[in-house]
Ligand binder design. Sequence first.
Ligand SMILES: Cc1cc2nc3c(=O)[nH]c(=O)nc-3n(C[C@H](O)[C@H](O)[C@H](O)COP(=O)(O)OP(=O)(O)OC[C@H]3O[C@@H](n4cnc5c(N)ncnc54)[C@H](O)[C@@H]3O)c2cc1C
Length: 421
Amino acid sequence: MKPTETDRRDFLQQSVVGAAAAGLTIASTSHATAQPVADAAEPEITNDVDVLVVGGGTAGHVAAIQAGRAGAKTLIVERNSQLGGTTTTGGVAFPGLFDAWGKQVIAGIGWELVKESVELDGGKFPDFAKVPQRHWHNQVYTNQFLYAILAEEKCAEAGVEIAYYEFPQAVRKTEAGWEVDCVGFGTKRRVRCKQIIDCTGGAEVVGMLGLPRLREDERQPGSFLFMLGKAHTPGREQIHRLYVHGADSTNSRTATEANLTGRRTILAKVRKEKKRLMHLQPETGFRETYRIVGETLVTVNDYTSGRVFEDAISHAFYPVDLHTKTGVRPKPLKRGKVPTIPLRALIPKGSRNLIVAGRSVSSDRLANSGLRVQASCMGMGQAAGVAATLAAKAGSTPLDVPLADIRARLREHGQIIPGKA
Ligand SMILES: Cc1cc2nc3c(=O)[nH]c(=O)nc-3n(C[C@H](O)[C@H](O)[C@H](O)COP(=O)(O)OP(=O)(O)OC[C@H]3O[C@@H](n4cnc5c(N)ncnc54)[C@H](O)[C@@H]3O)c2cc1C
């Protein structure tokens, strides 16, 4: 049947109403223009850098910014689409602990970023001069979105190149260091570098090289963070946590399973509680995975006694914090005790030109449950950034760099060094 004049008029009216309604769904439009990418059409590229950081999470972006600021040509390869890892993509945007027993013990680049994010967000800082009743009172509530963008800005300022959606496929030793083949969609990248900093959270490069790693049969649950019923504002108390037991970040298949389980369970909750889903992180946050076997291993006794290692490069501070099927009973540290992190716990045993930072630090399980928190990971990242840079410049390996030089450079970049060293 041919459309009549009335049909045409109704159609036009509906189109106008439809367009106006569609317009209402977008509050405003602003514009930005992406710069052309050199060799964008070229599927295979090569980078020559001093330092390659694999994984741009809590430890990784700090390591990269530090390496860049210390003068190393630095590339960061991150398989996700933003920096910050568990802090941002995992949504654990309440980093801690930067203070212990009434004073700040971890500062440097991680603190600089947290502080700027909170200031830009009009947020609040805990009073580090006061010893809180509960340890988590002194975590810093941070805006995860701002944090991720500020981290990119600081990478750009430090001259650090970022490669998102990429991960290493093969790692080979060379005379000058390493040749690493990375892959992303539409990109094959060969990286020639002098030093690698493995900040994957699970020591994935260490695993690819066949170096030993530790992992428990049963790991702490991962957590999917979400919000039902009301909007999420930066902060810990407002967000819900779904424990995903058995969550395993070993590979894409196990991580997929954790994400599917998490989302399916949250959907069931939405249906049951009849509340709107207002916030959902894009992936599960994984608490525990592989740890390296380092040149030394931090034990829970080292941790709880506040042992000051002779090669300590950063503090750490948090209760022993093991999550299980029945929840978590944090075991606070005794008054005055502040654990430290030795450089040798970042060096995979017997390796050269390779250093690790973050939760895969060489440690036993209970020590790791405290060492894994964000301020400590940031401290490790900064130390790894300095050690790798100085090693690249000297043509040596991180363990051969004089400790005094590492510490002096860390102090220059605002970090607090344990003990009297
Ligand atoms: C649910 C939960 C709650 C927590 N609560 C707190 C808390 O209250 N306060 C606190 O301070 N800490 C807390 N933690 C601990 C802390 O957040 C993490 O231990 C810490 O962020 C780990 O940092 P990381 O740099 O080692 O790893 P991540 O931050 O996870 O970074 C690893 C990065 O590497 C990338 N990556 C991995 N593999 C590859 C690869 N092959 N190639 C390229 N990129 C790769 C990942 O995408 C990620 O960006 C919590 C952790 C979880 C999961």
